[in-house]
Write a protein that binds this ligand. Sequence first.
Ligand SMILES: CC(C)(COP(=O)(O)OP(=O)(O)OC[C@H]1O[C@@H](n2cnc3c(N)ncnc32)[C@H](O)[C@@H]1OP(=O)(O)O)[C@@H](O)C(=O)NCCC(=O)NCCS
Length: 166
Amino acid sequence: MYSPCKAVITLEVFRRTVLIREFRETDMEQVFNLACSVFDEQYRPEVFLYFHSVWPQGQLVVQSPEGRILGFIFGAMTEDGKCRVMLLSVTPMMRGLGIGGRLIREFEARATVSGSNRIMLELRYSKTRLLEFYRRMGFVVEGVLPAYYSDGEDGILMSKLIQWNI
Ligand SMILES: CC(C)(COP(=O)(O)OP(=O)(O)OC[C@H]1O[C@@H](n2cnc3c(N)ncnc32)[C@H](O)[C@@H]1OP(=O)(O)O)[C@@H](O)C(=O)NCCC(=O)NCCS
């Protein structure tokens, strides 16, 4: 029989067993395959390796106990202390379990330690569910970016102020 209590415990156990850690070059194949299956745009492996070489602390993966990559976040840091979320993805089977939120929070922590006080990101105008996700994570809309994407779709610019929580 279905038990909501058991389901909550199972979810909590799952949350504790997945590991968020920095990306390693040996993750490349799994990260690349996930990116190819999720994004409309195609990214070359060199793109991920470039982000990693510039700011390793800002490139994170979620790993299952068996070593499977379940999601990732890739970011960039600008000279004026702003961070950008470049790519964020969770494997479709594992969505809705809080992994994306954890990735964002861990990214914020890494950005703060790296000296950043603001995180920026862009998303497609049509992605209303994603917009709500980022809003829930504390991001606010800064404006619209006309024809930001290669197919002509507008983008939405969002940002979040971050600070040490001691
Ligand atoms: C956005 C994404 C990373 C969220 O990961 P997640 O682990 O499901 O996130 P959480 O469990 O912490 O939060 C769930 C929320 O994510 C959002 N979400 C879930 N699936 C989504 C999807 N297919 N598309 C957009 N947002 C989604 C919703 O807001 C959801 O809340 P809701 O179910 O109440 O609507 C994940 O859905 C994903 O990989 N989407 C496709 C790739 C993408 O759009 N990346 C961002 C641009 S680079």
